[in-house]
Design a binder for this molecule. Structure first.
Ligand code: URP
Ligand code: ZN
Ligand code: ZN
Length: 484
């Protein structure tokens, strides 16, 4: 066969095994994988390198207004460039519905924003207004277009939904093969803590973590899992930040729940001490749920290694440390008025490789699963996340031995800080391609704006998640009632 590109001489890493071999690419797809391939209009020497599926970033806020209307610093151009420099070949940011907006309008808005991406992209919707029309017409229309996941919130005034609405929305997702993602923190607990802290004048950034207790996350995760079981619907817990939350996920998965989850580097790399930096410096580390402590870091690493999480995602939520971002409400405002979120889309994989694979906490195969393969399966990205004939040639070539000190400059985003600045990392993604087109090579951008394409996604893969029998749903045990 004639190949457009042959990547030769590297160690190919998949989620299941490693082997030394070559990859032939034709028309943007992997056409052959073999011990030796000749030919190729272009031959890329991967000697001494690891060749793996390009990362799929499944949690990022790009060109998105927050719950309070604040626009992120990154758009689909800068966000996708930054993602590519971090080893990603595609990403799935959020497309947020604000109350009163139709889902069709949201998708139209993000189609225009997404068109600037240099890597392939899809969106998870954020649903804040599940009206009858949204549930019966608009969401099914979005699912039919291949937008098969959406996020809901148990907190934030502009986004929080009551339990009964959660059940409605989970039921619609179930009927259409879609998956509900949830930001889980108990709203009442957070509001009560805010009130207590404000009474004592405790409003500096360091109190942010205190205000959002671990118990608030654990309660909301537990509640959402029970709601999803009652609706017999799949659920994805985003940004798990606590040992207790991770333990609920582990236990419920072991019982068969249709449950998926992720954690993020910041919960394993940072602690609440970072919120206690001098002056307003701590504002840079405000995100929700908050960063915790060293014991939590160890517990989350344990769960990452044991397979509790499908993915380690960045939750890239870029708000600059100035009046356009963190300090949009003023320079010295109390912590509840400081924008939530931190950047990390370029740091996610280099950090996970260095701290995870190089330090022996996870295997290279686990790295591939956590960075790409599992996200593809969970979110229905059928042609990405694997190195196999027929798949898109979404490939990252890593130098596993190169070392560097992470700087803001090498993040290639629109930010004015990186929470990971100064970390010494081993392992660099030297070449990243999307559908056979090189996006980044040797530290230089090779792609044009708008080169990325929208990815229509398939329904969630539930083959390994049988679900949990709920007797009250069972007509044999409930006097014959059937539920949607
Ligand atoms: O603080 C964060 N994580 N901001 C982004 C929005 C979210 O909840 O994921
Ligand atoms: Zn969230
Ligand atoms: Zn987020």
């Amino acid at each position: 066969m004639e190949f457009d590109i042959v990547i030769h001489g590297g160690q190919i890493a998949t989620a299941d095994f490693l082997f030394d071999g070559d990859i032939g690419i034709k028309d943007g797809r992997i056409a052959a994988v073999a011990e030796k391939l000749s030919g190729g209009d272009r031959r890329i020497d991967a000697g001494g390198r690891i060749v793996m599926p390009g990362g799929i970033e499944a949690h990022a806020h790009i060109a998105q207004e927050s719950a309070t209307g604040l626009m992120t610093a990154d758009d689909y151009y800068s966000g996708s460039v930054s993602a590519a420099f971090g080893g990603n070949s595609s990403f799935i940011p959020f497309a947020a519905q604000h109350r009163g907006q139709s889902i069709d309008e949201v998708i139209e808005t993000y189609d225009a924003r997404g068109a600037r991406s240099v890597i392939d992209y899809s969106y998870h919707l954020i649903v804040s207004d599940p009206s009858e029309e949204v549930l019966t017409d608009q969401l099914p229309r979005a699912f039919a277009r291949g937008i098969t996941s959406f996020k809901v919130f148990t907190t934030y005034d502009a986004l929080v939904l009551p339990d009964a609405q959660m059940l409605d929305i989970l039921t619609v997702a179930r009927a259409h093969g879609a998956i509900t993602m949830v930001h889980s923190e108990n709203d009442g607990m957070v509001k009560w803590m805010n009130k207590q802290l404000a009474k004592g004048g405790h409003v500096a950034p360091r109190y942010h973590a205190i205000s959002r207790p671990e118990l608030a996350e654990e309660e909301a995760i537990h509640r959402m899992v029970q709601l999803a079981k009652l609706a017999d619907a799949p659920l994805f817990i985003v940004h798990v930040s606590t040992a207790g939350g991770a333990e609920i996920v582990r236990r419920e998965k072991a019982l068969g729940a249709k449950l998926f989850a992720e954690t993020c580097p910041q919960y394993m790399a940072l602690t609440r001490d970072d919120l206690d930096r001098p002056g307003m410096e701590g504002a840079k580390y405000i995100c929700s749920p908050p960063v915790r402590d060293a014991a939590t870091q160890d517990a989350l690493w344990h769960h990452v290694a044991m397979g509790t999480f499908e993915s380690v995602s960045s939750d890239h939520a870029p708000y600059r440390s100035d009046e356009t971002g963190k300090f949009a409400n003023g320079a010295e405002v109390p912590y509840p008025r400081i924008a939530n979120g931190m950047p990390g889309i370029a740091a996610r994989l280099p950090w996970l490789f260095s701290e995870g694979v190089v330090k022996g906490r996870i295997t290279l195969e686990q790295f591939v699963a956590l960075s790409s393969t599992n996200a593809a399966k969970t979110f229905g990205v059928e042609r990405k996340g694997r190195i196999a004939p027929g798949m898109d040639a979404d490939i990252a070539i890593w130098n596993p031995e190169a070392t560097r000190r992470l700087t803001l400059g090498d993040q290639h985003d629109n930010m004015d800080y990186s929470p990971f600045e100064g970390l010494e990392l081993t392992g660099v993604p030297e070449l990243v391609m999307t559908r056979g087109a090189v996006v980044v090579q040797d530290g230089a951008l090779q792609a044009a704006e708008g080169q990325g394409r929208f990815i229509p996604r398939a329904p969630v893969d539930l083959r390994a998640r049988p679900g949990v029998a709920v007797k009250e749903r069972d007509p044999a045990q409930n006097f014959g009632v059937s539920f949607p």
